[in-house]
Write a protein that binds this ligand. Structure first.
Ligand SMILES: [Zn+2]
Ligand SMILES: [Zn+2]
Length: 276
């Protein structure tokens, strides 16, 4: 299985416009891996994209991705869906005014689609479907999405009404949990996995970074490490990394060698190729 971590940032990835903090300044000066774009992941063998953040057009071009046939929208939040119109750019011919190819399959949980219509850009999805650019398909808990050799198992998080996803090819298993990580629920299928790619959560240890605390809406980083142990994850690649922790790419990876050295953990970066 080959994956590309197209975007390793979260809701406010560095550099934030108009911010001159040290993390944003360094990101602006040095670029990737200090600079991050919004959360997305690409699975090569299935032409599968997880989420469409604002910068998705730039991400796909940057990584020379030439095929997007399937999109899984993990949840409605704007940082994961504001780039939806990229589907029109990929699959609409503006000369013939017809779709270029078969509709792109867009998988989304029915409840998340309702939320998107209320608060996000859900009506754009309906517009794209009316033009036959996409086809909307429902995500349901434990209903496997089969994309050739790749199988994706959506797993429900009751607290947030969101999902995380286990991507399986032959014996390889990757768990992607980019958001909605609160009272994370482990299921029996999620055991002995190769790679866990979770959200960057707040640290219980307030000596790290800015001491940001999101305990009202998220599990902690330390709890996530426990979950990865329960899954027996061989490797952890943290994503959805925001500027609010006040830590640069180097400082984050230094933490992996010191405070968290007992765990097989690293912090991801934009364009990181993950092969297994
Ligand atoms: Zn997010
Ligand atoms: Zn900043």
């Amino acid at each position: 299985m080959k994956l590309n971590l197209l975007g390793s940032g979260g809701v406010a990835p560095p550099p934030r416009p108009c911010c001159n903090c040290k993390v944003c300044t360094e990101a602006r000066q040095k670029g990737i891996p200090f600079l991050r774009t919004g959360p997305s992941l690409y699975v090569y063998d299935a032409g599968l994209l997880f989420d469409t953040p604002d910068e998705i057009r730039i991400q796909l071009n940057r990584e020379n991705i030439d095929k997007v046939e399937n999109i899984i929208l993990t949840h409605w939040h704007p940082d994961h869906t504001q780039g939806l119109r990229v589907m029109e750019q990929i699959n609409f011919n503006h000369l013939t005014r017809m779709p270029k190819g078969r509709p792109i399959n867009v998988f989304i949980a029915p409840k998340q689609l309702v939320m998107m219509k209320n608060y996000g850009s859900g009506n754009i999805l309906l517009y794209l479907e009316s033009k036959k650019i996409i086809k909307i398909l429902p995500i349901e808990h434990r209903e496997i999405i089969e994309l050739g050799d790749i199988k994706v198992l959506p797993l429900y998080i009751p607290k947030t009404q969101g999902y995380y996803f286990m991507i399986v090819e032959n014996r390889s298993k990757v768990v992607y949990a980019p958001c909605e990580y609160h009272e994370f629920k482990l299921y029996e299928e999620v055991k002995n996995i190769d790679i866990f790619i979770p959200h960057h959560l707040y640290f219980e240890d307030k000596t790290i970074g800015t001491g940001a605390d999101y305990s009202d809406t998220e599990d902690s980083f330390e709890m996530m490490l426990e979950h990865s142990g329960q899954m027996n994850a061989k490797r952890i690649i943290v994503t959805h990394i925001d500027e609010s922790f006040g830590l640069s790419h180097i400082e984050l990876n230094d933490l992996c060698k010191t405070r968290f050295r007992d765990y097989p953990i690293e912090f991801g970066y934009d364009g990181q190729i993950i092969e297994l």
